[in-house]
Unconditional design. Structure first.
Length: 677
């Protein structure tokens, strides 16, 4: 839709790349046949090298460090199971990483099902092979898919494995998942036990990405916090530490206080605490006499500052939360309400999780059997039973903590109730003057409104999905910025019937939130915000959603565009960091330009690609996209002299006739430089 809308101060965009669904199937090449011989069967670890993204989420720097986490997690499983007490992590030049533990050591005897191979070789060359499926070798573990070590092996240009078992040392070398030597008996090892894995990620897969000392060190440090029974010894070649980087070359990481130490370290010495950090651990309730694992937590109630919630399952970080976080939230809410009832505080019943989580910093770690995660990268725990188990374990201890500190508990309850009353008061203030616009007391859709009433001083961000909405809500200025999450791609109003348009709940909520009416009933004076800002991911899907929204405004609210009230946010696609300096880039070309112009030659610049607004840290989102003093907004305009051309272009690209879109694709195919599918 390059000619539909132009942005003030910017040049016209290039024509949109056609979507796969908008292109016709191409005829087969001459002589090409589709029969049994065309069916490929990928064996061994070949699928991993063909499609690494299916197993580690991609081939970028984050995926590279996922390899380090997989190997370290295996050693952590040995420690958590009580078989290892020390783990050594060494980062060497030429991108070599070594992880060594003093656990039981991977079995080296012949495998019963594959007697020609050792158990070690089966584990490292076969997907879904490991000792964590039955629960006999590990009560809890971070890796339950049996793919971690084998995937790392497949994606390593070289992997050297040493196993010390029964006072004997064994060694085997692999390359790209293929054994290069047989399992060799090196000799006696009377004073050694456990497994050592030394590997180098394959540059064919990961290009120029290398392990970053700071990132690997933080990984080790977080693991040491999560299990107080382990000591992690960190070693890094001094040549790998960048100038200005405070990452130590050697460190012994051992934290007897567990998560309490971790949270205190995160908050710092001068944290504005309302009470001492509440920390503890407990066995999760049993089921039919069978243990369900245990949990550990540390919670700080903050008078001010930024709240946070870090959670882990079997030492695996779960940045997207999950059922264990839901159980923790429920325990806190029910605990405060029960304490309020006990103290005859009737206002305690209005307390919600929002009131509590807005003033706490939480770290939660659970160790459970057979956890279910969302995807192989394990960013969200989905085990349904975890919610009730965690709630029951924490609720009992929270009740005892409140009862044991009544004065402190009363103070905390009063603070939380004040937050709840303030929330209700703000909602009432917003609803009362705007009731004529919303027609009901509840906010439309999932709108999180701002507190200021003067429309010209406020703005609303239309974002894609709940994840992006959550980041935007944390990054916004609560006084002047509202956020309305929309569910993915909205209805294409240019091709939809009037009945579909009127019956679409997403668009209905959007119109209701704006308050200015639709079509003939549009009144600019009733618009509840000075700016309407479309904020989508900086990728093709985000551009598609922005196009659908612009089409909606053009067809149904054209006066809003003519009044200059519609804008496009410009989130960055990349973050470039070197030492203490961070810059952001909008696209690949901008990334290359800033890498050259903003940093010294030969500087090792750490490049992070934001997968979407939902995965962008709120701090970065605020700094780059939502803070009026720093951001860039593009105003959407239509030129009166091009009104007919604009109308025709909207109809051809977004209307009901696919042949018009196909004709446009044919006409402009030669101008497409790269098709990003």
């Amino acid at each position: 839709m390059s000619d539909l809308f132009s942005s003030t101060g910017s040049s016209p965009d290039k024509p949109m790349s056609p979507k796969p669904s908008e292109t016709r199937p191409q005829p087969s090449a001459a002589g090409e046949q589709y029969d049994a011989s065309a069916i490929e069967v990928l064996e061994g670890l070949e699928p991993v090298r063909r499609r690494p993204g299916m197993y580690i989420g991609g081939t970028d720097e984050g995926a590279l460090h996922h390899l380090a986490a997989e190997i370290l997690d295996n050693s952590m499983d040995e420690a958590v199971a009580g078989h290892a007490s020390t783990i050594e992590v060494t980062l060497e030049p030429d991108n070599w990483l070594t992880v060594r533990d003093n656990g039981r050591g991977i079995p080296v005897d012949p495998h019963p099902r594959f007697p020609e191979k050792s158990a070690l070789e089966v584990i490292l060359t076969t997907l879904h092979a490991g000792g964590k499926f039955s629960g006999k070798s590990y009560a809890t573990s971070g890796g339950l898919h049996g793919v971690g070590s084998s995937v790392v092996n497949a994606l390593a240009s070289c992997m050297e494995v040493e196993v010390a078992r029964d006072r004997t040392l064994w060694r085997q070398i692999y390359s790209q998942g293929v054994p290069q030597t047989p399992l060799e008996k090196v000799g006696a090892a009377p004073n050694r036990r456990g497994t050592q894995i030394r590997f180098r990620p394959d540059p064919v897969i990961f290009g120029t990405h290398v392990f970053q000392p700071t990132r690997v060190y933080r990984l080790c440090r977080s693991k040491a916090f999560l299990f107080r029974g382990v000591t992690i010894r960190w070693n890094c070649d001094p040549s790998l530490i960048r100038a200005g980087d405070e990452t130590p070359t050697e460190a012994v990481l051992h934290f007897p206080g567990g998560l309490a130490d971790s949270l205190a370290d995160e908050l710092g010495k001068n944290a504005p605490l309302l009470a001492p950090i509440w920390a503890g651990e407990a066995e999760l309730p049993e089921t039919n006499g069978v243990s369900n694992g245990r949990g550990e937590w540390a919670i700080a109630f903050l008078e001010s500052g930024t709240p946070s919630f870090l959670s882990f399952c079997n030492t695996i970080p779960t940045p997207l939360g999950g059922t264990h976080e839901a159980g923790c939230r429920a325990a806190l809410v029910k605990g405060f309400r029960a304490w309020g009832e006990q103290r005859s505080n009737k206002r305690a019943s209005i307390v919600t999780a929002e009131d509590i989580l807005g003033c706490v910093a939480v770290q939660l770690s659970v160790f459970i059997r057979d956890p279910q995660f969302q995807g192989q990268t394990k960013e969200k725990l989905t085990s349904a039973e975890a919610s009730k188990l965690v709630e029951t374990a924490l609720r009992d201890r929270f009740d005892h903590w409140l009862s044991g500190n009544p004065t402190q508990a009363d103070s905390l309850l009063s603070f939380v109730v004040e937050r709840a009353e303030d929330r209700l008061r703000r909602r009432e203030q917003k609803d009362t003057p705007r009731k004529s616009a919303t027609r009901r007391l509840r906010l439309p859709g999932k709108l999180t409104d701002c507190t200021r009433e003067r429309a010209e001083e406020t703005e609303i961000f239309l974002v894609e999905g709940d994840s992006a909405g959550g980041s935007a809500k944390q990054a916004r200025n609560r006084e002047t910025q509202a956020v309305l999450p929309l569910r993915g791609k909205i209805l294409n109003v240019a091709s939809a019937t009037t009945e579909k348009l009127r019956g679409n709940q997403e668009l209905s909520d959007l119109v209701e939130a704006l308050g200015c009416g639709l079509g003939d009933r549009f009144e600019l004076a009733r618009l509840r915000y000075g700016r309407v800002i479309i904020m989508t991911d900086a990728d093709v899907d985000g551009a598609h959603i922005a196009s659908l929204l612009m089409t909606f405004f053009y067809r149904e609210l054209p006066e809003l565009i003519r009044a200059g009230r519609l804008y496009l946010a410009q989130p960055p696609l990349y973050r470039l960091t070197h030492g203490a300096k961070t810059v952001y880039a909008m696209d690949d070309a901008d990334k290359e330009r800033k890498a050259r112009s903003e940093f010294k030659p030969n500087a090792k610049v750490e490049v992070s690609r934001f997968k979407g607004l939902g995965e962008m840290p709120p701090k970065d989102l605020k700094e780059t996209t939502m803070d009026p003093s720093r951001r860039t907004l593009l105003r959407v305009v239509t030129r009166p002299e091009d009104r007919t051309e604009t109308r025709d272009r909207v109809e051809s690209l977004m209307g009901r006739k696919p042949e018009l879109r196909f004709a446009f694709i044919q006409e402009h195919a030669q101008s497409v430089e790269m098709l990003d599918i």
